[in-house]
Design a protein around this ligand. Structure first.
Ligand SMILES: Cc1ncc(C[n+]2csc(CCOP(=O)(O)OP(=O)(O)O)c2C)c(N)n1
Ligand SMILES: [Mg+2]
Length: 550
């Protein structure tokens, strides 16, 4: 065996099924080892997309996705994906090549110190210096990537170590690890706080969306009947139909969901990760926060919990519910606000205007996506509208990035979702700016034979920044651009393309795209004047009426 074969066999042992990336000559031994393995090599058209795909694998499965690149330029292209996985808490392993370390036949050609570059972007960054260490290092890399708080790991395999002969060494077997449950004293303290609350509210944060947590969270709110809201990345973490959903905090303040938040005297924040844009701003007079998480809270100016329940979230909440069930007569105190909050959010959702309003786009997408269908958002103005208005009933069915909030991840994350769930409908929603940052991956999607619809919201602008520019009183300047003809662009990739030409044309176009199979690109013109009308003017007017400072 050589180093590359040891690496590949260790990854087979971890159950890896595919590796995404763009190899370089320094990876050729790894590529050769992959050829004889059960692991599929999926080449992408940019390393950044490979990292977004691998991270999304980790996000959806809880097991690291793997990406591969060459040294220097290729490895540097993984860095945005590394940050995406680090901030988003997605398990991922990046394998990069390097020139030989025992001799330097090409001097410093293409050599970048990637371990140092990756150190602040990962949980662990490590150069492999001998084949014998590979089985243990790979096991450790998977353990570190996967355990709470999950994230990326970088392994650099220099080409001479990859080629070096080594005796066969058995991979290190993995075993299940059960994280500790919150201790009794913390459970008692937490129970006391909840018993005292007159207007409690549950908040579901990013870590609430970890795969396999949905049942535990659904049981918790069902048993206690405390209404809940979620952060953007906590959407769908309680199964639909509870009747307790109060909204999503897509903005940090003044939205309708903040009516409930501002009136709560206790917020049970489950899995909140302060990488997310604050779902509400804690102040000296704000509600008391009970933090429930795998890890202790990180304290910020806007988040400083009063008490914490730290441990395996599902079992800890079960023990908390055991102490509280049937003892909370005021659990539903804030529920009376629910009807009006949800009605306000749904306002004008079916308005027939062309170009389409963001509300109408969200509404029509919901019509054609079944409960278990997956919508993957790129980053732009529409993300706020989807987070706020799109109702989710199943965990991880609205994948958005409210952590690094990078443009360009919408299409790659949808490709990964479509690979993992070939029988579900998968839709990527991208702005015309973000789509063009990784649009080359249309070729990957077509090559893989995926069923995937990509919706492009066309405003010929970096709309979100244009909106912020206007909201802050700056003149309209510098945010517009031209676009390719998206229908012909799709055709050039061997995908199908369509343009929505009427207010009522979106739902049928999406439906036809899904029914037809294969990769479809649909562009829809969007009227972003709603951003100012609703998200600024209307909310300010209501906040003023509600006695809040504007
Ligand atoms: C990689 C990256 N570059 C820049 C930004 C800053 N940014 C956030 S949203 C946005 C505009 C997005 O434009 P588009 O994709 O067309 O979506 P729209 O807001 O127009 O719907 C920009 C430039 C970012 N988040 N990520
Ligand atoms: Mg745009």
């Amino acid at each position: 065996m050589n180093g590359a074969e040891l690496l590949v066999s260790a990854m087979e042992n971890e159950g890896v099924q595919q590796i995404f990336g763009v190899p370089g000559e320094e990876n050729l031994d790894v590529v050769e080892a992959l050829r004889g393995s059960t692991i599929k090599l999926v080449v992408t058209r940019h390393e950044q997309a490979a990292a977004f795909m691998a991270a999304t694998h980790g996000r959806l499965r809880g097991r690291p996705g793997i990406c591969l690149s060459t040294l220097g330029p290729g490895a540097l292209n993984l860095t945005t994906g590394a940050a995406y996985a680090l901030l988003g808490a997605m398990p991922m392993i990046m394998i990069t090549g390097q020139k030989g370390i025992l001799s330097r036949k090409q001097a410093r050609f293409q050599v970048v110190d990637m371990v140092s570059t990756m150190t602040p972007l990962t949980k662990m960054a490590h150069q492999i210096v001998s084949p014998a260490t590979i089985p243990a290092i790979v096991r450790e890399a998977f353990r570190v990537a996967q355990q709470e708080r999950p994230g990326p790991v970088h392994l650099e395999l220099p080409e001479d170590i990859a080629a070096e002969a080594a005796p066969p060494i058995a991979p290190v077997p993995s075993h299940p690890i059960d994280p500790p449950v919150a201790p009794r004293a913390a459970l008692d303290r937490a129970a006391e706080l909840v018993l005292k609350a007159k207007r409690p509210l549950v908040m579901l944060g990013a870590a609430a969306s970890r795969p396999h947590l949905a049942d535990a969270l659904s049981n918790f709110v069902k048993r206690l009947q405390i209404p809940f809201f979620n952060t953007q990345m906590g959407k769908g973490s309680v199964a639909g139909g509870s009747g307790l959903y109060m909204g999503t905090a897509a903005l940090s303040e003044r939205d309708y969901v903040h009516w409930a938040i501002d009136r709560a005297d206790l917020i049970i924040a489950i899995g909140h990760d302060t990488v997310e844009k604050p779902p509400f701003i804690m102040g000296p007079d704000g509600p008391i926060v009970l933090h429930v998480g795998y890890l202790p809270a990180t304290v910020e100016e806007v988040y400083f919990p009063e008490a914490e329940l730290v441990g395996d979230v599902g079992p800890s909440l079960e023990l908390l519910a055991d102490r509280l069930e049937g003892r909370l007569p005021k659990a539903g105190a804030l529920l009376e606000l629910r009807g009006e909050i949800l009605a306000r959010i749904a306002d004008r959702a079916d308005e027939s205007r062309y170009p389409l309003t963001p509300q109408r786009i969200v509404h029509d997408v919901r019509q054609v996506i079944p409960e278990n269908g997956i919508v993957c958002l790129d980053n732009g103005m529409f993300k706020i509208w989807f987070a706020r208005n799109y109702r989710t009933r199943v965990a991880n069915t609205l994948l958005l990035d409210n952590a690094l909030a990078t443009m360009g991840a919408g299409l790659p994350s949808a490709i990964m979702a479509a690979m993992l769930y070939p029988t579900r409908r998968v839709l990527a929603v991208c702005g015309d700016g973000g789509f063009m940052m990784n649009s080359q991956e249309l070729e990957t999607a077509v090559r893989l034979g995926l069923d995937l619809v990509v919706l492009i919201l066309q405003d010929n602008a970096y709309g979100m920044i244009r909106w912020k520019q206007a909201a802050e009183g700056y003149p309209d300047f510098g945010m517009t651009f031209g676009n390719p003809d998206f229908v012909r662009y799709a055709a050039a990739y061997g995908a199908k393309g369509g343009r929505v030409e009427t207010a009522d044309g979106l739902a049928p176009a999406l439906e036809a795209g899904f029914a037809g199979g294969g990769v479809h690109l649909i562009s829809v013109p969007v009227d972003y004047s709603e951003n100012m009308r609703v998200l600024v003017d209307e909310l300010r007017a209501h906040a003023a009426k509600d006695g809040k400072q504007t």
